[in-house]
Design a protein around this ligand. Structure first.
Ligand code: 6PG
Length: 245
């Protein structure tokens, strides 16, 4: 069952999400000596990233034990304004002492299919789980941050996409109908193997869709965010009052 926390406004949401990130990182690093997190793109998490880079919070995370991955990426160069990596680099990664080798971006500048294949290899290497017929180990992120699009998408799993039902690949290249570029996305195989998933949702524009996702009929082909249900992990919705209604 998902856990839903409502905050008065976007700033309080960012503060609470930063607290959750700091606590989860400390707890995970104490146990595993590393914290593997997949960042979300879009505008909502930017406030969280900026907060984590603030003097108050930056030193509360052992950044040299953190490994940063991405839940999805637009197929553009890393300096392109649409790049999720570009946004995270400016808001967070260039402002905290995280070693460069701990940042694992999706190569949006490459051919999409090749970039998806390469990122899947990156995950296989990092999580040391060789896919085999019997027990294809799964990459278990300590935390995956997700957003909710106004059409119900999350990561780059869009309504009507077969990627929503993917059961083998961990990373796919997709060509969403209404998006200007090809995209790379983690599939539900990875999203649902996570130890902790957090949706960050802010703003009145998301209200109707959020209600449909949380309270409406289960129809993930139309509302891909509904496909996220960690098999053996927590799922938390952190939303502001504007989105919660
Ligand atoms: C992206 C994100 C995407 C995002 C939603 C919500 O690449 O755009 O991964 O899934 O989370 O579109 O975006 P906002 O936070 O900007 O509303």
């Amino acid at each position: 069952m998902a856990d839903i926390d409502v905050y008065p406004d976007a700033e309080a949401l960012a503060t609470a999400a930063a607290e959750r990130f700091v606590a989860l990182a400390a707890e995970t690093i104490a146990r595993h000596d590393r914290f593997a997190v997949a960042l979300s793109g879009g505008s909502t998490p930017k406030a969280l990233y900026s907060r984590l880079a603030s003097p108050d919070d930056a030193m509360r995370v052992e950044w040299d034990r953190v490994h940063i991955f991405f839940g999805d990426e637009r197929c553009v160069p890393p300096d392109h304004p649409d790049s999720n990596y570009h946004m995270a680099r400016e808001a967070l990664l260039n402002r905290v002492p995280i070693p460069r080798h701990c940042i694992h971006r999706m190569h949006g500048e490459m051919d999409p299919q090749e970039a998806a294949q390469e990122y899947e290899e990156t995950l296989i290497g990092f999580f040391n789980t060789r896919p085999d017929e019997q027990a294809r180990g799964k990459p278990r992120f300590d935390l995956i941050l997700l957003g909710l699009g106004e059409d119900g998408h999350t990561a780059s799993l869009f309504p009507g996409s077969t990627a929503v039902r993917e059961e083998w690949h961990w990373v796919l290249a997709v060509n969403p109908e209404h998006a200007p570029q090809w995209r790379l996305t983690l599939t539900p195989v990875v999203l649902n193997a996570a130890a902790n998933g957090i949706f960050l949702v802010s703003g009145e524009a998301k209200r109707e869709r959020l209600r449909e996702v949380l309270e409406g009929l289960c129809r993930p082909d139309e509302l891909p965010a509904q496909i996220v249900s960690p098999t053996d992990g927590t799922l938390q919705w952190m939303v502001d009052q504007q989105a919660a209604g």
